[in-house]
Design a protein around this ligand. Structure first.
Ligand code: UDP
Ligand code: MG
Length: 344
C-alpha cells in the first residue's frame, strides 16, 4: 500500500517558475505543549538555518492552558522570526491549521507537529522536492510502530474505507506533515467549508505531489491529544465531507429488501392457498421486526450525521476566533541576526 502511494508521483511543468529567494513559513499548531516546545525550537532552528532561506514560524496556540503561549511569546520577543496566533479556545488541530495557513506569508509553507514526531531534517528533502517542481511534498509514515496496534489497524481501515468510498485519492499513512507551495495554500484558503478535514482537503486540491517516506518516532515529550472517541468523530467528519455514499446506499438496500419482501408475500399467499391457514410465525416476525427497525434507525442516524454537518455549515460560524497575535522578529531581519550570532 505504501509503495503504491509513494509511486504516485506526477511530472511537474512548473520547475522554472520558483522564486530565487523564497520565504518559508513553518506552521505549528500547539495545544498544551509546554514539555516539548523548547525541544522543538532547538531541533528545528538549525535545520531552518541550514536551508539558507528566510523563514518565519507561525505558531497557533489552540487554547493551551499551560505555559506554551508564554514560552513562545518570550522566544518571539527575544528575536524568533514569525508570530504566535492565540485562538480564543481550543478549536481543534484542523481549525488551528486553517488559522496558520491564513496567517502564513511564505512562498512555501511547511506544516509540522510540535511534538517532534515529524523529523525536522526532512524539511531539507522537502525543499529539494519543491525545487524539482513538486507543489506538495508530503511525509509518508512507513513505520508507525510508535502507534498502538489498535490505532494502526483502525487507521488502516479508515484509509481503505475512505479511498473506496470517496472520489478523491488520499494517500494512506500520509499525515499533515508536508511542504506546500503558495499556490496550494491559496487553493486551500479558497475552500469555503467549515469542516476542515485537512488530509482530505490536501488531496482534493490536487497539484503535483511527491511522497517522502519516513519513520515516525514516538512523541518527544508530553501526551497525545487524540483519544479514540475524537478519532472516531474525526473519521466521520472526513468520510461525510468527501462521500455521500452512506446516504445513498439505503436506497439500494431498501429496494433489495422490498423485492425480497414482495417475493416472500407471494410465497406465503401461495402456501396458504395450497396448504391452508398456517398460524406459527412469531419468531420470524420478531426477527424481521427487530432487524428492520435496526436498519431503519441506522439509516436515519446516517442521515442525521449529514444533517448535523449541513446545520454546522449553514450556521456560517467562523472556523476559529483569533484572540491575539504576538509578532516576533521580521523574517529577513531575523535570519541576518542568526547569521551574526552563529559564532557564539
Ligand atoms: N493539536 C492542536 N489542537 C488540538 C490537538 C492537537 O493544535 O486540539 C496539535 C498538537 O499540539 C500537536 C499536533 O496538533 O502539535 C499533533 O497532536 P498530537 O501529537 O496529539 O497528535 P498525533 O501525533 O497523535 O496525531
Ligand atoms: Mg503527535
Amino acid at each position: 500500500m505504501n509503495t503504491a502511494a509513494a509511486s504516485k508521483i506526477y511530472v511537474s511543468r512548473r520547475e522554472n517558475t520558483r522564486p530565487a529567494a523564497p520565504l518559508l513559513s513553518v506552521i505549528v499548531p500547539v495545544f498544551n505543549e509546554e514539555d516539548v516546545i523548547v525541544h522543538f525550537l532547538e531541533a528545528t532552528r538549525p535545520v531552518l538555518d541550514e536551508t539558507g532561506l528566510k523563514y518565519e514560524y507561525v505558531f497557533i496556540d489552540d487554547g493551551s492552558r499551560d505555559k506554551t503561549a508564554d514560552i513562545l511569546s518570550d522566544e518571539l520577543k527575544a528575536g524568533l522570526p514569525g508570530r504566535l496566533l492565540g485562538l480564543s479556545r481550543n478549536f481543534g488541530k484542523e481549525a488551528a491549521l486553517s488559522a496558520g495557513l491564513e496567517a502564513a506569508k511564505g512562498d512555501i509553507a511547511v506544516i509540522i507537529d510540535a511534538d517532534l514526531q515529524d523529523p525536522p531534517e526532512l524539511i531539507l528533502q522537502m525543499l529539494d522536492g519543491w525545487r524539482a517542481g513538486y507543489d506538495v511534498v508530503y511525509g509518508l509514515r512507513v513505520d508507525r510502530s510508535s502507534d498502538t496496534l489498535v490505532k494502526r489497524s483502525t487507521a488502516n481501515l479508515f484509509y481503505r474505507l475512505f479511498n473506496s468510498l470517496a472520489n478523491i485519492d488520499m494517500p494512506a499513512n500520509a499525515g499533515d506533515y508536508r511542504l506546500i507551495d503558495r499556490a496550494v495554500v491559496d487553493a486551500l484558503l479558497k475552500l469555503p467549508e467549515r469542516n476542515r478535514f485537512m488530509k482530505g482537503l490536501f488531496a482534493w486540491v490536487g497539484f503535483p505531489a511527491m511522497a517522502l517516506p519516513y519513520e515516525r518516532p514516538p512523541r518527544k515529550a508530553g501526551t497525545g491529544k487524540f483519544n479514540y472517541w475524537k478519532l472516531w468523530n474525526f473519521a466521520l467528519d472526513g468520510l461525510t465531507a468527501f462521500t455521500t455514499l452512506p446516504l445513498r446506499v439505503w436506497f439500494y438496500g431498501g429496494a433489495l429488501v422490498s423485492l425480497a419482501a414482495f417475493a416472500y408475500a407471494i410465497y406465503l399467499t401461495l402456501r396458504v392457498l395450497v396448504a391452508g391457514i398456517d398460524v406459527p410465525g412469531y419468531a420470524s416476525l420478531m426477527v424481521a421486526l427487530l432487524f428492520f427497525s435496526g436498519v431503519q434507525l441506522l439509516s436515519i442516524g446516517m442521515i442525521g450525521e449529514y444533517i448535523a454537518r449541513l446545520f454546522n455549515e449553514a450556521k456560517q460560524r467562523p472556523v476559529y476566533i483569533l484572540q491575539d497575535v504576538i509578532e516576533g522578529e521580521a523574517a529577513d531581519k531575523a535570519s541576518r541576526a542568526d547569521k551574526a550570532s552563529d559564532g557564539k
